[in-house]
Structures are given as C-alpha cells and as structure tokens.
Ligand binder design. Structure first.
Ligand SMILES: *[C@@H]1O[C@H](CO)[C@@H](O)[C@H](O)[C@H]1NC(C)=O
Ligand SMILES: *[C@@H]1O[C@H](CO)[C@@H](O)[C@H](O)[C@H]1NC(C)=O
Ligand SMILES: *[C@@H]1O[C@H](CO)[C@@H](O)[C@H](O)[C@H]1NC(C)=O
Length: 274
C-alpha cells in the first residue's frame, strides 16, 4: 500500500516534457505533404513542439506548431498523371529520371532558401527530425548538424534506391520494381526486365540523384563532397505509407514500418442500412 501511495505521489509531480520535433518536407508536391501534415498535427496534440519546414504552411497558425515557409513560387499540384506511371514502357522508364530532375530542383531551391539557411544558422536544437525520403537526400548533410536521430518517412512505397538505405532485401527475381507492372511471380523474361529496370533505377540514383545532390549539399564544388548515402543509412527508422495488402510479400527489417493510411482521419459512422 505504501509503495502504491509513493508511486501515485511521485506520479503527480512527474513533469511532462514534450519533444522538440523538426519536420522537413522540401518536396513541392501537395499530395505528399497531405500524408505528413496529419502526423505533424497529431504530434502537436500529444504535447510536442513541432517545427515544420515545407511549402504548405498552416492557413491559420496553430499553437506549438511553427511553420517555416520555403516556398519559391510554384507548387506541384496535378502535374503527374497517374496514367503516366502506369502507362507505356517508355513512360515507366522516363519516370525515375523525371523524379531525379524534380529532386534536383527541390534540393537547390530548398538549400538556398533564406528561411532554410536561417534555421540552420539559428542554433536551434531538436530532439528528433522527421524528413521525407523520395527523390533527393541532399538535405541530410545540413540535418546532421542538429545531431538528433532522423526518421525517414515516405508518402508512397519507398523508391528502389532506398532499399539500401534501410537494408531491405530487394532481390529482383521475386520483388517487382515499383515502376514496373510485374507481380511476385514473374516469367523468365519479366524477371530479366525487372532486373534491368532495377539496375537502371540504381544508376539513376547514383548519377542523377546522389552525385548532383552531394555537389549541391557541399555548397557547389567544395573539396569534400558529403557522403549522403552514409548519412541516409544512419537514419533510425523509416515510416512508409504502404500496406502489405496492396503490394506483394517481401521481407522487411524491423526499422521499416508500414504505416499505410496514417493520414486518414476518424471515419464518420456509416449510414444505417434499413
Ligand atoms: C503548447 O505547449 C505548452 C507547453 O509545453 C503546453 O502547456 C500547451 O498545452 C500546448 N498547447 C497545445 C494547444 O498543445
Ligand atoms: C531568422 O531567425 C531569427 C530567429 O532565429 C528571426 O528572428 C529572424 O526574423 C529570421 N530572419 C528571417 C529572414 O527569416
Ligand atoms: C548518425 O546519427 C547520429 C544521431 O542519431 C549522429 O549523432 C551521428 O553524427 C550520425 N552519423 C553519421 C555518420 O551521419
């Protein structure tokens, strides 16, 4: 009884501290931010202090949520027709270089934005950082300055090049490349093309995402280019807005967590059927 009393009394005096959380979502696509925004707001509701750097600041300021606006003018809304991803073979192969091109813009505009530089130079501390993993990793060099654990988040299935980031086994013999229309049981020719397209994606990452990203992150051609891949592999967790019931079975390490539907709010009661 005494023990319970002591616990109750100690409990009354335990201070509750919220974490200081930074969310960096530099991609201009509104549909991507729609996945992250409810999570950021939920963290505020849990008592944390959240700073979000994005192109989509709150229209009405929220308490304990600080928006840092890194807009440069234009948005990406309705630019990608989903039929282009599920369209012809050529379109499927053009999509990774197109994403790399968009990522390069995100990278150079974001890193040179006055508000981004201001936060980096402000000496702010954060307990944990959440950031999107999609088509560029060039922000990791600056995020590393906070010396806080970094959590990756993806609004769709992770890109083939991020398999290595989280250590997901990705054998193209039975794991279809998400840019290809294959299932987990492929014919010999499909496995062959799946392998070619996988190698193609890794090449796009190497030459059109990683190397340009390192050059921009170094402040343009300094002597030492940051090793972004090593920084990416150092993340603590990857949250992926995917669900195994939509894709094919594949082995996943415990640091890869499927959070499919994380952005879906409370559902209304279904109408009564009489
Ligand atoms: C904001 O944070 C303060 C201090 O941590 C807390 O007392 C307050 O309840 C929070 N407000 C909201 C709306 O979460
Ligand atoms: C830069 O950040 C400081 C606080 O750290 C703020 O007072 C100042 O207004 C910011 N400047 C710009 C240009 O955003
Ligand atoms: C790895 O992450 C930790 C924080 O979790 C950080 O202190 C360290 O500098 C990072 N190392 C590299 C090589 O990025």
């Amino acid at each position: 009884m005494l023990f319970v009393n002591v616990c109750v009394i100690l409990g009354l005096f335990t201070p509750v501290y919220g974490y200081k959380i930074l969310g960096l979502f530099p991609h201009k696509g509104k549909s991507h931010y729609d996945t992250y925004e409810p999570l950021m707001k939920a963290l505020v509701a849990k008592g944390h202090h959240v700073t979000v750097m994005s192109h989509f600041p709150q229209k009405k300021p929220l308490k304990n949520l600080t928006d840092i606006d890194i807009r440069t003018g234009d948005y990406l809304v309705n630019v990608i027709n989903l039929e282009d991803i599920t369209g012809s073979r050529l379109q499927r192969y053009l999509m990774p270089p197109f994403l790399a091109y968009v990522g390069y813009g995100t990278c150079s505009e974001g890193l040179s934005h006055a508000n981004f530089k201001n936060l980096t130079n402000s000496g702010h501390r954060f307990d944990v950082i959440l950031t999107e993993f999609f088509n560029t990793e060039c922000f990791l060099n600056d995020l590393n300055r906070y010396q806080a654990p970094i959590i990756g988040i993806s609004s769709c299935t992770i890109m083939p090049w991020d398999d290595f980031t989280v250590g997901v086994p990705s054998n193209p013999a039975y794991i279809p490349n998400s840019f290809m229309p294959f299932s987990d049981t492929m014919t010999f020719l499909e496995r062959f093309e799946n392998t070619i397209s996988y190698i193609f994606c890794l090449g796009v990452f190497e030459f059109l995402i990683d190397i340009p990203g390192r050059i921009v992150a170094s402040g343009y051609f300094s002597n030492s280019l940051p090793n972004l891949k090593k920084m990416a592999a150092n993340i603590s967790l990857m949250l992926v807005n995917n669900h195994f019931s939509f894709t094919f079975p594949r082995p996943l390490p415990p640091n890869y967590i499927e959070v499919g539907g994380i952005h879906v709010g409370k559902l209304n009661e279904p109408p009564m059927v009489s």
